[in-house]
Design a binder for this molecule. Structure first.
Ligand SMILES: [Zn+2]
Length: 152
């Protein structure tokens, strides 16, 4: 697991800032939990992963593309990452944690910190067991990253 994902990446810092500004307190990279979640809000029993779209093969995302060279190597490596992601999520859910995955492209598209704060706060208070930002349906259309839902 080590070395797959860079620690303290910019998108992760953005999320940490947004959470902190909303009054949430958290621990980072908790190795005692499956998948070493990037951010853990113990009080809310929430584990957050901040995923780079390339490294975690974000579905239907333009930042996610298997390189044209050494394609087999990359396909294997990146698929292994997503398999581990799924396993970690399943294990966390089984342990009673709630899991939120925040994708890099969503953070890039929402530089406005207060919007991110709102989305994170809402999810944490909604008590869903699993969620993703952006929360796109698994449709076949190439809607890209702009298709996030419009809040009321
Ligand atoms: Zn993405």
């Amino acid at each position: 697991m080590a070395g797959i994902r860079a620690k303290d990446t910019k998108p992760e810092l953005t999320i940490r800032k947004a959470l902190f500004a909303s009054g949430f307190r958290f621990r980072l990279h908790n190795r005692k939990l499956p998948g070493s979640p990037d951010i853990v809000l113990a009080k809310h029993h929430v584990a957050i992963f901040v995923h780079g779209c390339f490294w975690h093969l974000h579905h239907n995302c333009k930042l996610s593309k298997i390189p044209a060279t050494r394609t087999d190597f990359w396909a294997k490596k990146l698929t292994a990452n997503t398999t581990r992601d799924t396993q970690a999520t399943d294990q966390l859910l089984a342990l009673g944690w709630r899991v939120l995955v925040v994708w890099e492209c969503h953070i890039r598209a929402n530089r406005n910190c207060s919007e991110l704060q709102q989305q994170l706060t809402q999810w944490i208070h909604d008590h869903d067991s699993f969620g993703q930002l952006p929360d796109h349906p698994k449709s076949k259309t190439d809607q890209g990253i702009q298709a996030s839902s419009v809040p009321d």
